[in-house]
Design a binder for this molecule. Structure first.
Ligand code: HDD
Length: 753
């Protein structure tokens, strides 16, 4: 029974996949009664509301899915047909002139099938090619109409459907998930006033200040053009050559070399809009705004050694984690916060808010939580949804506007442009996943792959023949914020404060914990050791000398060089930063909820394991929504000490140590010796320790730990909070208590990551 409970159940699942073909999928069941959802009574439950996103749909429901139903296809119970709907009699043999004769040109069924196959691939995204996505909703906490007329922020409890795609930047479509890279965090809000795309990253700053440099950055980062290596990695000469000549990238590099660039899961990373945006209210008043997503599960990362091993053991690690979490009902959730500030405030600061290599410290402008986003449904089809979704920074809605950040300005052009090649023409907005739920009515016509059938003879405006429709919305439509621009010379250049490249890099460095700093140094050492050109290595260290001598020295030591003279700054500026330390920049600032939900725990087994203690851990993990699995040296069954049979679910070979968040080493007479006779079991435990994962040993016998080289006797005043050993007790009662205490400590360590 306990083993049966291991499968975390999602009560919505049966409802999502109706067995009857082509039936309208039901809306799902609530996880909890709507009446128990905070504030549910304040807004209508009516899903027939004409305002998409208004009202409170039940958990698990996404209004965008309803518009996608139109194009969903379910083949159950249907015969195989051609694309023209003609039933196919034989899908095994082509049409031939006699059994051993040539294939006939007239075989339209063969030709249609092969032709379609030949054209199955579309170009991958030039950056962010590798990604995974999910449907969900955004729920607003409060009415923000004093700040913005964006409809999604108009009333508390209002829900807007979203589709979110997470990605890596450098790697190709089939590259591994756990490489060191920035992660894309792109959100498409299907609002009732049109689509809004917030196309962000999990790092709040960027490499470059001007879109003009983007192609250079990407060319330097991507595999080198002569031999197309390395894949999905910045650890090569052209990347470091370029960035070492671009001091403005120093701040972003600090983030990229930090553990932010190897997240544990898409569920456990922040998201940022990066640029300063504008919010505009109905009175045409505007404030500046930075967008932040904070994960409910906290910000957690992998160790580098772990990330490298996962890339081999399961290149789909993040994709699988996202998919399985949603299938299991452990819905990834993020809080949206705003940093709001005025033009006058921004003018006082030591940095320019139009410079995307700078952030606004949270200590300077606190985060204001305004809503939450829940991802509660996996796509039905990877290509149709995740691959064909087109995010564009140009997609904004009334109430949100751009600023003059020169990187953002260039992006406004790039995203629509790139889809023309990737999705094959100007009608990509009609692909179901891209279509707004609010309706599209205009006089744009024709082009490749047109789906809509516009009626009537009028395709111009003004007109009288169609009663003037579709007509201009006037003030109800999108109006650009009438920012006052002083007349000045047309020129190519940058404002002065853009020339400070090191103050915020230093802020980041100084705000990291010791272990985070240590990891940053190690990452630089690794990357630069892969670089072959000595002058490039030295130039990078000369840049770091402007950030911190400790950092530069640490990196130089690893490269076997002396710290060169600090790279000369182009324009020395007197900078008096507003904050010199920002605790919010450490990963430890956001531990997340106290929960073990979704954590993968390996329970090692072999014949003779002690059933009782194993079951008590298993029960706790299953009850708390973790994902415990029984792991053996081979598949099949093992017999426990009480004679019961335990089914081995996976092996240490199929799912090696880096794929687990924690391990339970069982108790049982002589078991430790048996386990330590398997090399892979020893390696398994060793890697768990090396990667700082909680280890619960249900035995007083340290043989397996010793075989793995793990120090078994920690000083009593400095116990290892993640290595939990069950001590042997004399009485039955004491043993029960000791077990309960150990299981509780294990749970705590697991929840703290
Ligand atoms: Fe970009 C894709 C994020 C700068 C040009 N970008 C892309 C995606 C994300 C970002 C998350 C993937 C969207 C998806 O999942 O489909 N990009 C950023 C951020 C930037 C940034 C946060 C800096 C703040 N990007 C940037 C610049 C340019 C581009 C400066 C060009 C001038 N980005 C693109 C692109 C991509 C893209 C070529 C490739 C595929 C696509 O757009 O749809 O247009």
């Amino acid at each position: 029974e306990a083993f049966a409970r291991q499968m975390a159940a999602n009560p919505l699942k049966p409802a999502e996949y109706d067995t009857s073909p082509l039936a309208v999928p039901p809306r799902g069941l609530p996880l909890m009664p709507a009446s128990e959802i905070d504030g549910a009574s304040t807004v209508s439950e009516n899903m027939e509301s004409d305002k998409v996103g208004s009202g409170r749909p039940l958990t698990g429901y996404n209004a965008q899915n309803e518009s996608l139903d139109r194009v969903r296809v379910d083949a159950s119970g249907q015969v195989l047909t051609t694309n023209q709907g003609v039933a196919v009699a034989d899908n095994q043999n082509s049409l031939r002139a006699s059994l051993r004769g040539p294939t006939l040109l007239e075989d339209f069924i063969l030709r249609e099938k092969i032709t379609h196959f030949d054209h199955e691939r579309i170009p991958e995204r030039v950056v962010h090619a590798r990604g995974s996505a999910a449907h969900g909703f955004f729920e607003c906490y409060q009415d923000l109409s004093d700040l913005t007329r964006a409809s999604i922020f108009s009333e508390p409890g209002k829900r807007t459907p979203v589709f979110v795609r997470f990605s890596t930047v450098a790697g190709e479509r089939g590259s591994a998930d756990t490489v060191r890279d920035v992660r894309g965090f792109a959100v498409k809000f299907y609002t009732d006033a049109g689509n809004w795309d917030l196309v962000g990253n999990n790092i709040p700053v960027f490499f470059i200040q001007d879109a003009m440099k983007f192609p250079d950055l990407v060319h330097a980062l991507k595999p080198e053009p002569h031999h197309a290596m390395p894949q999905a990695s910045s650890a090569h000469d052209t990347f470091w050559d370029f960035v070492s000549l671009m001091p403005e990238s120093t701040h972003m590099l600090m983030w990229i070399m930090s553990d932010r660039a190897i997240p544990r899961s898409y569920r456990m990373m922040q998201g940022f809009g990066v640029h300063t945006f504008r919010l505009v209210n109905a009175q045409q008043e505007s404030v500046f705004c930075k967008f932040h997503w904070s994960p409910l599960a906290g910000t957690h990362s992998l160790m580098w050694d772990e990330a490298v091993k996962i890339a081999g053991a399961d290149p789909d690690y993040h994709r699988r984690d996202l998919w399985e979490s949603i299938e299991a009902g452990i819905y990834p959730e993020y809080e949206l916060s705003l940093q709001i500030f005025t033009e006058e405030q921004a003018q006082q600061w030591s940095f320019d808010i139009l410079d995307p290599t700078k952030l606004v410290p949270e200590e300077l402008v606190p985060l204001r939580p305004v809503g939450r986003m829940v991802l509660n449904r996996n796509p039905d089809n990877f290509f149709a949804e995740t691959e064909q979704v087109a995010f564009c920074t140009a997609h904004i809605v009334p109430g949100i506007d751009f600023t003059n950040d020169p990187l953002l300005q260039g992006r406004i052009h790039s995203y629509v442009d790139t889809q023309l090649t990737r999705l094959g023409g100007p009608n990509f907005h009609e692909i179901p996943i891209n279509a707004p739920v609010s309706g599209v009515y205009n006089n744009q016509r024709d082009g490749m792959h047109r789906q809509a059938i516009p009626r009537g003879r009028v395709s111009y405006e003004p007109n009288s023949l169609a009663g003037g429709c579709p007509f201009q919305a006037g003030g109800a439509g999108f109006t650009s914020y009438p920012e006052h621009l002083a007349m000045a010379d047309k020129l190519r250049g940058k404002p002065e404060r853009f020339a400070d490249h090191f103050t915020q890099a230093r802020l980041f460095w100084q705000s990291q914990s010791q272990i985070e700093q240590h990891h940053i140094v190690s990452a630089y050492r690794f990357e630069l050791s892969r670089v072959q050109t000595q002058a490039v290595r030295e130039r990078v260290v000369s840049l770091l000398a402007n950030v911190s001598m400790d950092l530069a020295q640490g990196v130089a030591n690893g490269l076997g060089i002396r710290v060169p003279r600090a790279q000369q700054v182009v324009k020395p500026l007197e900078i008096a930063p507003e904050v010199s330390e920002s605790p919010a920049l450490s990963l430890f600032a956001r531990p997340g909820e106290d929960s073990v939900r979704g954590r993968r725990v390996a329970l090692l087994v072999t014949d003779g394991v002690e059933a009782a203690s194993l079951h008590s851990v298993l029960d706790m993990l299953a009850e708390e929504g973790a994902a415990p699995r029984v792991v053996g040296a081979r598949l099949g069954v093992v017999r426990a000490d009480d004679g019961s049979v335990i089914h081995v679910e996976t092996t240490v070979e199929a799912m090696p140590s880096p794929l687990w968040d924690a391990v339970v080493v069982p108790g049982g007479e002589g078991i430790q010796l048996v386990l330590s006779s398997y090399g892979q079991m020893v390696e398994f435990v060793k890697d768990q320790y090396r990667h700082c994962k909680p280890i619960l040993v249900l035995s007083d016998d340290p043989v397996l730990l010793e075989a793995a080289g793990i120090p078994v006797d920690m000083p009593a005043d400095e116990p290892d909070p993640a290595l939990i050993r069950l001590r042997a007790e004399r009485s039955q009662e004491d043993s029960v208590t000791a077990l309960a205490v150990s299981v509780a400590s294990f749970r705590e360590a697991l929840a703290r990551h």
